[in-house]
Design a protein. Structure first.
Length: 347
């Protein structure tokens, strides 16, 4: 039977006009897909086009910008309507406001990288009571507030590995400090716990002097590193456990003329650490693919919405095989960036 072209045109106009507006001075909408093609309109009868809201800890820093790319790509590949928005600073209250507005919009799922493991709990429980699927990614909440946690790597593996990179570069002796992001972020605390455990178990001649919180603010991280270098003239190493930490620490080391005296390692993207690695101000950068993490988050969420189980050794297109431990889905192993391989990576 031939379809009336006027009816089709009206449907297209109505669908393409359905937009979501969550404008607020405290956070920004980084991405939202509003235009549906004629093919996508036709697909509604065969499969519902779910709306998935993905909330990073903070917007505007390279790490979460890279996650955004993976989220957008997955939305297009998987025929999912994705919304990607985050607070302008790493603040749980701004995330709470975003979740409230997504509940009001009636999204099908919310995936959040939590700035606090407990304080987001009540609003996430409200979302679940309304039938919205809730998962966490990158940074977890208490398990009772969500269905799954999508983790970039196993926290014990990562924490021990980063400590190994530091110990290797200070010959297993001397004092060190850690510059973290938000001290309330559960995943950062877990990584740091395993770093310290590994040091105490295996490197008794090393000593942790201080842990400082940067709130994922590059300027604050730099000022912290500068102060730490002043306060501890015999400092041998700095670990940055969030993406802004290693480059900020490296710049402080350069400014203090201590390149070669203080080793810097930690978690950051290759594009951020590249110039410092080439100047020997960062010895090793460690991470994973944030694009893949964003892609996997959307992929997992859609599987849950479809009623499918995410199983151990399950393979996801464009990501690979994942591991599942209880309600945690683990993407893969950490990647180290050094002088020898840094130019192989671009994110």
């Amino acid at each position: 039977m031939r379809r009336n072209p006027i009816i089709i045109l009206i449907v297209l106009i109505i669908v393409s006009g359905c937009t979501v507006n969550l404008s607020n001075q405290k956070y920004e909408i980084i991405y939202q897909e509003d235009n549906l093609s004629a093919k996508e309109v036709g697909d509604f009868s065969a499969e519902k086009k779910y709306t998935i809201a993905v909330i990073p800890k903070v917007s505007g820093i390279p790490y979460f910008n890279a996650v955004e790319e993976g989220v957008i790509e997955a939305g297009k590949d998987l025929n999912v309507h994705v919304l990607y928005s985050g607070p302008l600073i790493a603040d749980w209250q701004q995330q709470e406001q975003l979740v409230k507005e997504y509940i009001e919009k009636g999204v099908d799922a919310i995936a959040v990288s939590a700035n606090d493991p407990e304080k987001l709990g009540p609003i996430l429980m409200e979302a679940r009571r309304k039938g919205i699927v809730v998962i966490t990614w990158d940074s977890d909440t208490n398990e009772k507030y969500r269905k799954y946690f999508v983790s970039s790597v196993d926290p014990e593996t990562l924490g021990r590995h980063v400590m190994d990179t530091l110990s290797l570069n200070i010959k297993e002796k001397g004092s060190y400090v850690i510059i973290t992001g938000s001290d309330h972020a559960a995943t950062l605390k877990e990584w740091r716990k395993w770093m310290v455990i590994h040091q105490e178990e295996n490197y008794p001649d090393m000593e942790l002097l201080e842990v400082s919180e940067s709130n994922d603010n590059p300027q604050k991280a730099y000022m912290i590193a500068k102060k730490l270098l002043e306060n501890y003239p015999d400092l041998k190493g700095i670990i940055g456990s969030s993406s802004v930490g290693p480059p900020a620490a490296a710049q402080a080391v350069i400014d203090a003329n201590k390149v070669g005296e203080v080793a810097v390692v930690g978690l950051s993207s290759p594009n951020l650490v590249r110039p410092y690695i080439k100047k020997n101000a960062i010895q090793v950068g460690t991470l994973w693919s944030p694009q893949k993490l964003g892609y996997l988050t959307v992929s997992v969420t859609k599987e849950i919405l479809l009623g499918n189980k995410v199983a151990d050794n399950m393979s996801f297109e464009n990501v690979g095989v994942v591991r599942v431990k209880d309600d945690t889905i683990i993407m893969g192993q950490p990647i180290d960036f050094t002088k020898e391989n840094i130019d192989q990576y671009d994110f």
